[in-house]
Design a binder for this molecule. Structure first.
Ligand code: HEM
Length: 448
């Protein structure tokens, strides 16, 4: 099968613009090319950019065997995740198979009570800020709340809240410090780059926290139904238990996949509600109507319909996983364009979600797009915040349920206002996050 050579977006156009404001440059390329597969000329590094729904399907789903997690992003991350869930190959396939039931809608329903308790206790810790009328650092607090939930429902006993926070910092530190290796994927591991030391410290810290828990769980017989026990009890194709390192790798990969993404998405939430008061009013009204004077809990989740639409639209406009890099093992043709073996392919949900062909007024924040009347008209794979195909996010349902609960718990107690008047702009790092610190003020909605 032959295709045409990719149109090259030249270095003088891409590099300065990408360095100044990668997202704006990215969006402009997407607009100009109408979703055609193009090659970015970044000097030594020349990745292919993919965004049309059918091309996303090809790369991430239909030919997932050819487009693997290697090269850009994944090569440096391998040192943190090791083999297993965070990577590719037989260890990944086994771990994914093992973990699928944990993330099923049925299992998420059974852990929802525990999840609500963990989230409610974590939100309680915001009370002193509301009483003292002091701002909270949204990203830090959302991260803390998410860590509390993750340890309670997935890791079980054995990890203290301090260790969960330290593991979270290690993972976030790991993601931040691999920045230079992300930008310079052609530099061999043997050549030191800034950030390497911090990254390796993060890897050692993750080991020091998770490995003793795995050892202890194995010693005690791993009878619980948390994720660590499940992995400790699992057998490989020869009937042997998974080794300690593989269990450690899967726990770190799950924690990393769940915490940074969820915390960043929930930070965007308060910004968007602040910028769109008419949407915020509807969310407050829905929480009041559905939850009333009861403590928010699992029974309310299916009724928080508009809240879910807001979360879905938030992930359309700001897909936290804005690019999903892959490495072409063999030559292929995508969207009529030749992809040589060994190329980096960047599948970009950020661009897919901004294509006018699939989205009316794509730059507007409009949660009604996800209402029952308009959802049915959506083209397949035009909404991909959780990826697609073989590696599609395991935690997407869990995230939406968790976020609906957080919104219900927070908004039934407090009115949330963003501090400062300057508009918040996105920053493209390993995740698509708001640039700088985002602070909010909480005030009680009813007298205390
Ligand atoms: C806003 C929240 C989230 C977003 C935007 C998100 C996004 C994604 C994306 C785009 C992928 C695909 C990566 C790829 O194809 O290489 C992915 C994979 C994954 N996510 Fe999520 N995620 C979120 C929350 C979660 C949560 C809460 C969990 C777990 C509790 C989780 C666990 C995972 C795992 C384990 C994978 C790897 C699956 C595999 O490789 O087979 N994610 N996520």
């Amino acid at each position: 099968m032959r295709g045409r050579k990719a149109r090259r977006i030249p270095i003088h156009r891409t590099l300065p613009a990408l360095a100044r404001d990668p997202l704006r440059a990215f969006a402009a390329i997407g607009r100009d090319t109408g979703g055609e597969v193009v090659q970015l000329n970044l000097g030594l590094h020349r990745p292919y950019l993919v965004s049309r729904p059918e091309d996303m399907q090809h790369v991430l789903r239909d030919r997932a065997d050819n487009y693997t997690r290697d090269g850009m992003l994944w090569k440096p991350l391998r040192r943190l995740f090791g083999n297993g869930l965070g990577m590719d190959g037989p260890d990944w396939a086994r771990s994914r198979q093992l973990m699928l039931p944990v993330f099923s809608a049925r299992n998420v329903a059974t852990i929802m009570g525990e999840l609500t308790a963990a989230l409610t206790e974590a939100v309680d810790e915001l009370d002193p800020y509301a009483r003292a009328e002091e701002p909270i650092d949204t990203r830090l607090e959302m991260t803390r709340i998410i860590h509390r939930a993750l340890i309670r429902v997935f890791i079980g006993k054995g990890m203290s809240t301090e260790d969960a926070d330290r593991l979270g910092h290690a993972v976030t530190g790991g993601f931040t410090s691999i920045g230079p290796r992300l930008l310079l994927p052609f530099v061999p591991d043997s050549v030191p780059l800034p950030g390497d030391g911090a990254f390796m410290r993060a890897v050692r810290q993750a080991d020091a926290i998770v490995t003793p828990i795995v050892r202890q769980r194995k010693r005690e017989g791993a009878t619980g139904d948390d994720l660590v026990s499940l992995l400790c009890r699992a057998r490989d194709e020869n009937g042997d238990p998974l080794d300690e390192e593989l269990v450690r790798n899967d726990v770190v990969a799950m924690f990393a996949g769940a915490s940074e993404t969820s915390a960043v998405a929930l930070t965007w939430l308060w910004i968007l509600l602040n910028d769109h008061p008419e949407v915020a009013d509807r969310v407050y009204d829905e929480v009041d109507r559905v939850v009333g004077d009861e403590p928010p809990g699992p029974a309310h989740v299916p009724k928080l319909v508009y809240t879910k639409q807001v979360l879905q639209e938030l992930l359309r406009l700001y897909p936290v996983g804005w690019i999903i890099p892959r490495f072409a093992q063999e030559a292929d043709v995508v969207g009529g364009v030749e992809i040589p073996a060994g190329s980096t392919v960047l599948a970009s949900p950020y661009l897919t979600h901004r294509m006018e062909r699939y989205w009316e007024r794509p730059y507007d924040f409009d949660p009604d797009r996800f209402g029952p009347e308009r959802s049915g008209r959506r083209a397949p794979s035009s909404y991909v915040p959780f990826g697609l195909g073989a590696h599609q996010c395991l935690g997407s349902h869990f995230f939406l349920v968790e976020a609906q609960l957080i919104v219900a718990i927070v908004l039934s107690r407090y009115r949330v206002r963003l501090r400062g008047a300057a508009p918040v702009v996105p920053q493209a790092a390993a995740t698509l996050r708001p640039r700088g610190k985002v602070e909010v003020m909480l005030s009680y909605r009813s007298p205390q």
